[in-house]
Design a protein around this ligand. Structure first.
Ligand SMILES: [Cu+2]
Length: 299
C-alpha cells in the first residue's frame, strides 16, 4: 500500500542541513509561515515550534482556543505589569512622601473581584464548549475500538465484521523509507478521509493514553471502562502519536499511527483486513434456563 503521508518538504530540508541550517530553516519556517505549514508531516520535527498542523475540526478548535487564551493572557500580563509599574512610579517616596492611611475602597474592591470573575468566565465558556464538542459524536459513520496493552495497541472494527489486529512499534532495522524511528508501527489504524469515526478506548492491563497531536485527541484508556472520542480527518496522510500515560517500562515504545486514505483505498484495505485479521469472538449466546425460585435456591 503506498505511503500517502504528506511530503514534509520544509521539515526534511531542515533535517538534512545540520545545526546552522536547522536554525536558518527554523527562521525561514517562521518567516515563510503558511506555505511551509501545509507541507509538514503530522509528526514531531527537529526544532519544531507550536502545535503540529491541525488535521481534524477538533484540533482546529484547540489551536484557536490556544491562540485566544494566549492573547487573553498577554492582556492580563500587560494590565498587571502596567499597574505595578504605575504604582512603583507614582507612589515612590520621592513623589509621595506622605502615605495615605485609608484601608477600604468599596468600588475598587468590587472591581478587583468582578474583573477576575469576568476573565474566568471568558476562559471557561469557550473551554466547556470545546470540551463538549470533542467529547463524543452522535452521528458516526463507524466505530473503532482502541485497546491499550503493555506495550502495544490493538484495534477492533465492530462495524466491518468485527476484525481485530495488534499494532506494534517497528524496530529501527524494520523501518522502511522515511518512516520515523520510535513512531512507525507494523499495522496502521486505517480510516477514510472525511469519515466521522467514533473511537472507544479501553485497556487490558494498566492505564494508557491514546494521544495523536494532529488529531487533537488524548484520551485515557482505562481497564474496566470504556471512554469515547471521535475524529474526522480532513486530509490524507499518516498521523503519528504516542501512549501518553506512564504505563510501565516500555511506555515509550507503543506509538500510534493513523492513516487516512481515500474511500476506495479504505475499501481495499478493509477487504484485505477482513480476510487476514482475526475476528473478535462474539459473546456467547444467552443460556436458556428455568427460573430459580427462592425455595429452590435455599435447598
Ligand atoms: Cu501505554
Amino acid at each position: 500500500m503506498p505511503d500517502v503521508r504528506p511530503a514534509p518538504v520544509c521539515a526534511r530540508t531542515v533535517r538534512r542541513t545540520g545545526w546552522i541550517g536547522t536554525h536558518i530553516g527554523t527562521v525561514a519556517l517562521l518567516i515563510l509561515g503558511l506555505p511551509c505549514a501545509a507541507a509538514l508531516a503530522a509528526q514531531p520535527e527537529p526544532w519544531q515550534m507550536w502545535s503540529q498542523p491541525a488535521a481534524t475540526p477538533t484540533m482546529h478548535l484547540i489551536t484557536d482556543l490556544h491562540a485566544y487564551l494566549n492573547w487573553l493572557m498577554l492582556g492580563v500580563c500587560v494590565a498587571v505589569m502596567g499597574a505595578l509599574g504605575f504604582v512603583l512610579w507614582r507612589f515612590h517616596h520621592s513623589r509621595n512622601p506622605e502615605p495615605s492611611t485609608w484601608s477600604h475602597n468599596t468600588p475598587l474592591e468590587v472591581a478587583w473581584t468582578l474583573i477576575p470573575v469576568a476573565i474566568l468566565v471568558a476562559v471557561a465558556m469557550p473551554s466547556f464548549k470545546l470540551l463538549y464538542f470533542m467529547d463524543s459524536t452522535e452521528e458516526a459513520d463507524f466505530t473503532v475500538k482502541v485497546i491499550g496493552h503493555q506495550w502495544y495497541w490493538s484495534y477492533e472494527y465492530p462495524d466491518h465484521g468485527n476484525f481485530t489486529f495488534d499494532s506494534w512499534m517497528k524496530y529501527p532495522e524494520e523501518l522502511e523509507g522515511d518512516e520515523p524511528r520510535l513512531l512507525a508501527v507494523d499495522e496502521h489504524v486505517v480510516v477514510p478521509v472525511g469519515a466521522t469515526v467514533r473511537l472507544l478506548f479501553t485497556s487490558d492491563d494498566v492505564i494508557h493514553s491514546w494521544a495523536v497531536p494532529a488529531l487533537g485527541i488524548k484520551n485515557d484508556s482505562i481497564p474496566g471502562r470504556i471512554s469515547e472520542s471521535w475524529m474526522q480527518i480532513e486530509q490524507p496522510g499518516t498521523y503519528y502519536g504516542q501512549c501518553s500515560e506512564l504505563c510501565g517500562v516500555n511506555h515509550g515504545f507503543m506509538p500510534i499511527a493513523v492513516r487516512a486514505v481515500p474511500d476506495e483505498e479504505f475499501q481495499a484495505w478493509l477487504a484485505d483486513a477482513q480476510e487476514n485479521f482475526a475476528r473478535v469472538d462474539p459473546p456467547p449466546p444467552a443460556r436458556e434456563s428455568e427460573p430459580v425460585s427462592v425455595a429452590d435456591a435455599a435447598d
